[in-house]
Design a protein around this ligand. Structure first.
Ligand SMILES: *Cc1c(COP(=O)(O)O)cnc(C)c1O
Length: 379
């Protein structure tokens, strides 16, 4: 028996769709320079499988969140540019340099430490001719309204007044991040863009990066020199107010492992939270919150059996959910029948809405207990 047959639940990840999504995004970006964000294990989908596919599709710049993610990615892609969004934590300078990772510098302290490290390394040459200094690559994040990471305006003032703080560094990118990109009409988008344009002018010239997935769809004014999409690569809709332009990447399917007739007045699952209103049939599927099928989906979500949507009734257990399959024929709802949980008739964005969350969290919560099947890797 194959692992997927034993598990009864299979997560299919379409690497070909990820490559197609990358090409689609790159085609939309004015100038066509498009990096990729593969933080959090490529949004939970497996960076070891995903990153090489994106490199083959043409991406040269990869963003991760942490130093450890950067070290792992360097092992997978010896030649890619790898940038670490969470920045340079104290004492990590040598490790960044050893693995040829680019820190996204988020405050003056990080700029000072990376610069001092670069100048110390360059010293022997610099003494002889100043021009021969060995520069280290750096990116700078400007805070334009998130109040999360990046240089706040007063630090930009100081850096603009004292550009020698960047001595020893090769400034490869100046970036900022949109807070409300998925809301096309939110005035915050234009306000952040205006501040970004004003602030970057005050720093030494460098390519600029501004747009995440949704930012790309705000139009060419938001593209600057390098886009940084993440979630859209993995099939989540970057334009929530319009149909999803991306190809579906993730499909979670289970099987009915047991079913039974139920009568009016009986209850289903923990807390007896669902009460049967009329004679019918309940089917059990072996997926639960331990698999990333959130408990908040209980009584709100739907699954699909043979394309027919059926409600998830009762609470989600750790390992199991229960479906009301009364509307299906006995053959449709037989033991062993395949159930679509995420993808297909239950698009990931809909599942996220049922759960009161966003596609990002559904992706990064996907479990590791069931079989993961990668398809389309050659595309
Ligand atoms: C996560 C992240 C991205 C990618 O955002 P998506 O919405 O997934 O496209 C881009 N830039 C920064 C700074 C991020 O943290």
């Amino acid at each position: 028996m194959s692992p997927s047959d034993r598990a009864g639940v299979v997560l299919t990840i379409d690497l070909g769709a990820i490559a197609r999504n990358y090409r689609l995004l790159r085609k939309r970006v004015r100038g066509g320079r498009c990096a990729v964000v593969v933080k959090a294990n490529a949004y939970g989908l497996g960076v070891a499988r995903v990153a090489p596919v994106l490199a083959r599709a043409g991406s040269r710049t990869f963003f991760v969140a942490t130093l450890d993610e950067g070290v792992e990615l360097r092992g997978l892609l010896p030649d890619a540019e790898v940038a670490v969004l969470n920045g340079l934590q104290p004492g990590c300078e040598a490790e960044f340099a050893a693995h040829n990772l680019v820190p996204v510098l988020n405050d003056l302290g990080q700029i000072e430490r990376w610069g001092a490290f670069a100048r110390a390394r360059g010293e022997p040459d610099a003494v002889i001719h100043l021009d021969a200094m060995i520069h280290l690559d750096a990116m700078i994040h400007l805070d334009t309204g998130m109040n999360r990471l990046g240089l706040p305006p007063d630090e930009v003032d100081r850096l603009a007044a004292e550009p020698e703080r960047l001595r020893g560094l090769r400034l490869g990118l100046v970036m900022s991040h949109l807070a409300c990109a998925e809301q096309r009409d939110n005035p915050m988008n234009a306000a952040q863009r205006a501040l970004f344009i004003a602030q970057r002018k005050r720093l030494p010239p460098a390519p600029a990066s501004f747009a995440n997935s949704s930012g790309i769809f705000l139009g060419p004014d938001y593209h600057f020199d390098l886009a940084r999409p993440g979630v859209a690569l993995y099939g989540v809709n970057p334009t929530p107010e319009a149909p999803n332009p991306m190809a579906e990447v993730v499909r979670l399917q289970g099987k009915i492992i047991q079913s039974r007739d139920v009568d009016r007045g009986q209850t289903v699952g923990y807390g007896a939270a669902h009460r049967i209103g009329a004679p019918g049939r309940i089917a059990t599927v072996a997926v639960g919150y331990a698999d990333g099928y959130a408990r908040s989906l209980g009584t709100r979500a739907f699954a699909a059996v043979g394309g027919a949507k059926v409600p998830v009734v009762g609470r989600v257990s750790m390992d199991l959910i229960t479906l009301d399959v009364s509307a299906l024929s006995a053959d449709q709802a037989r033991t062993g029948a395949t159930v679509d949980l995420i993808g297909g008739a239950c698009p990931i964005d809909e599942v996220a809405a049922w759960s009161g969350t966003i596609g990002y969290e559904i992706l990064t919560s996907l479990g590791h207990r069931y079989a993961r099947r990668y398809v389309g890797g050659g595309a």
